[in-house]
Write a protein that binds this ligand. Structure first.
Ligand SMILES: Cc1cc2nc3c(=O)[nH]c(=O)nc-3n(C[C@H](O)[C@H](O)[C@H](O)COP(=O)(O)OP(=O)(O)OC[C@H]3O[C@@H](n4cnc5c(N)ncnc54)[C@H](O)[C@@H]3O)c2cc1C
Ligand SMILES: *[C@@H]1O[C@H](CO)[C@@H](O)[C@H](O)[C@H]1NC(C)=O
Ligand SMILES: *[C@@H]1O[C@H](CO)[C@@H](O)[C@H](O)[C@H]1NC(C)=O
Ligand SMILES: *[C@@H]1O[C@H](CO)[C@@H](O)[C@H](O)[C@H]1NC(C)=O
Ligand SMILES: *[C@@H]1O[C@H](CO)[C@@H](O)[C@H](O)[C@H]1NC(C)=O
Length: 487
């Protein structure tokens, strides 16, 4: 689809032996796991189905084979074979991380975790377990039979890799990030050992895995988490036209600073379309997500509902309906040449207005560089950071809220030349750099671009470096798969 992307994005250092090493690893794995779990046929349906990424540029990479492990043991055998052959590899859960080579691989082994979907619930302890395959929508549907859920994605279509990067949920202001609810993980280490990580066993590994990123310290093959109750929600989207831009950003800023009800969560998103503006403002829309855990939000969202909206879908919803806002399948519909960047700010000094202005100016000046552009405001209230702390704190050791994470999306048009693609990405990057970030706050890795080196913004960076060194001592993961830099 975008053939020019291959030479562009395959520019990572791929070891010279990779082309021979991939097939060698595949042969070994097929011998040990049986051919039913290893697919090297590029024309078969489950090979091509597996190569669906939210950043579709990655759909073009061709692994030497795709391995579909069904247990930690299978993952262990695979990692040992990959290591012995010196092959590149990638670990894929839901495939939504847009950074190339994080869950995709060219001429190496793709470990597709999609067959690992076992789940369980213990009503006595209220602990839930899930394996890394599948999407959060399926995970939620399973636990809903007990009126319970796990803290995970806000959109049903996202995969479980989200939790290893922290994981922002509509429930996070009450319970912390997805990773804060981890109680025990089963992890296959880079050397193939299968271990447990919890407060008691390998607590350093447990610490790093709570928001310190996927594909760094091993492969998580089972999550044991504290489940949470769910009932009726009051939720929906408000869509505003551009005329309401200033009122809505003011309401977002006030919500970030003053909302104290932990059952209330929002995402504020501004979108720009490629249409010419023509002073009609039809190229811009504002999409608010309002979610209240309970049937009556009181005045929590009054600042938004008081602004006249073009479309209003708010009302009583089940959790399943909440995670399918604005429309079911929205993660699938939004597949494309997508890239994320992240920002973090405290709400003082109208930082939210400044960030929005800067982004809008770029959007107006760079028509033709994007098919879709958005900026999302994601509040981190003090209740969230308190809930995180109360559970031991995560790999970010989050400073007290309130602050907010910005997610900047750029979807480039299909067929863009390589030079234009590079120029658009670099220019978007520079604009975001100029906006700057507030000191002492962590960049959210789930929304980060690889070149933003988010781990370096964590106060725990040195500790994470040491843990990485301990569990990946010979740099097997660091050198043979993509991921965040520890340097
Ligand atoms: C449409 C959309 C909506 C989103 N909504 C949210 C949201 O509400 N909240 C939020 O926090 N983030 C959200 N994100 C960001 C999302 O959390 C990241 O993109 C995340 O990386 C996706 O995980 P995945 O399993 O789908 O992707 P993958 O690309 O499969 O995995 C992400 C990374 O983790 C690694 N990994 C995955 N599973 C394992 C494992 N078991 N062991 C070791 N490493 C592993 C992969 O190698 C990869 O590097 C959203 C992204 C998109 C595109
Ligand atoms: C591929 O799909 C077929 C049938 O849909 C299934 O039998 C097989 O186990 C799958 N996996 C691999 C690795 O081919
Ligand atoms: C879940 O909640 C519904 C609605 O309140 C109730 O009818 C049902 O009995 C509950 N199920 C369980 C397993 O508690
Ligand atoms: C709504 O906005 C007003 C200022 O106009 C502010 O005082 C109030 O705290 C805001 N409420 C919420 C929940 O954001
Ligand atoms: C806001 O601006 C004041 C005055 O310039 C400055 O002292 C303060 O540090 C700023 N606060 C933040 C959070 O940026």
């Amino acid at each position: 689809m975008l053939p020019f992307m291959l030479p562009l994005l395959a520019g990572l250092t791929i070891p010279v032996a990779a082309t021979a090493a991939g097939p060698a690893a595949c042969t070994k794995i097929a011998t040990e796991l049986g051919s039913a779990k290893v697919n090297a046929n590029q024309l078969s349906t489950n090979y091509t189905n597996s190569l669906e990424y939210w950043n579709t540029i990655q759909d073009e990479y061709k692994p030497s084979c795709i391995v579909f492990p069904s247990s930690a043991q299978d993952v262990s055998v695979s990692l040992k074979a990959i290591r012995a052959a010196g092959s590149r590899f990638a670990i894929k859960a839901g495939g939504h991380n847009p950074n190339t080579f994080f869950s995709s691989v060219q001429a190496g082994v793709l470990l597709d975790l999609s067959s690992m979907t076992a789940k369980s619930y213990d009503p006595e302890t209220t602990l839930a377990t899930y394996e890394p395959g599948g999407i959060f929508g399926d995970v939620y549907e399973y636990f809903a039979q007990w009126n319970r859920t796990v803290v995970g994605a806000r959109l049903a279509g996202v995969g479980t890799g989200l939790a290893l990067g922290g994981g922002m949920s509509y429930l996070s202001p009450q319970y912390g990030l997805a990773c804060d609810s981890f109680r025990e993980l089963e992890i296959v280490l880079p050397d193939g050992q299968i271990v447990t990580a919890s407060d008691k066993e390998n607590p350093d590994l447990f610490f790093a895995s709570r928001g310190g990123g996927g594909n760094a310290y091993g492969v998580v093959t089972k999550y044991t988490v504290q489940s949470r109750p769910i009932g009726e929600f009051w939720a929906g989207n408000l869509i505003y036209v551009a005329d309401q831009r200033d009122s809505v950003i003011e309401a977002i800023g006030n919500f970030i600073q003053y909302n104290t009800d932990p059952k209330a969560a929002i995402i504020g998103t501004y979108e720009k379309l490629p249409l010419p503006d023509l002073n009609l403002n039809l190229d811009e829309a504002i999409l608010m997500f309002l979610v209240y855990d309970g049937p009556n939000p009181g005045d929590a969202f009054k600042n938004f509902t008081d602004i006249k909206a073009l479309i209003d879908t708010t009302g009583i919803k089940s959790y399943n309906e909440v995670v399918n806002m604005p429309v079911p399948m929205s993660t699938e519909i939004s597949r494309g040449a997508n890239m994320f960047r992240v920002g973090v700010h405290r709400p003082q000094n109208n930082s939210y207005e400044k960030a929005l202005d800067k982004w809008r100016t770029w959007a107006e000046d760079n028509k033709g560089s994007y098919e879709l552009l958005s900026i999302d405001f994601q509040p981190i209230p003090k209740s969230l950071t308190d809930a995180s702390k109360a559970q031991g704190g995560n790999a970010m050791q989050m400073p007290d809220g309130p602050y907010f994470w910005l997610n900047y999306l750029i979807t480039t048009p299909p067929g863009m030349t390589e030079a234009k693609y590079n120029a658009a990405q670099a220019s978007y990057r520079d604009m975001i750099k100029e906006t700057g970030n507030d000191e002492g706050l962590p960049l959210f890795i789930n929304d980060a671009n690889k070149d933003q080196n988010p781990l370096q913004t964590f106060s725990t960076f040195k500790k994470l470096q040491a843990i990485k060194k301990k569990y990946d001592p010979d740099n097997f993961f660091a050198d043979y798969t993509g991921g965040w830099s520890f340097a």
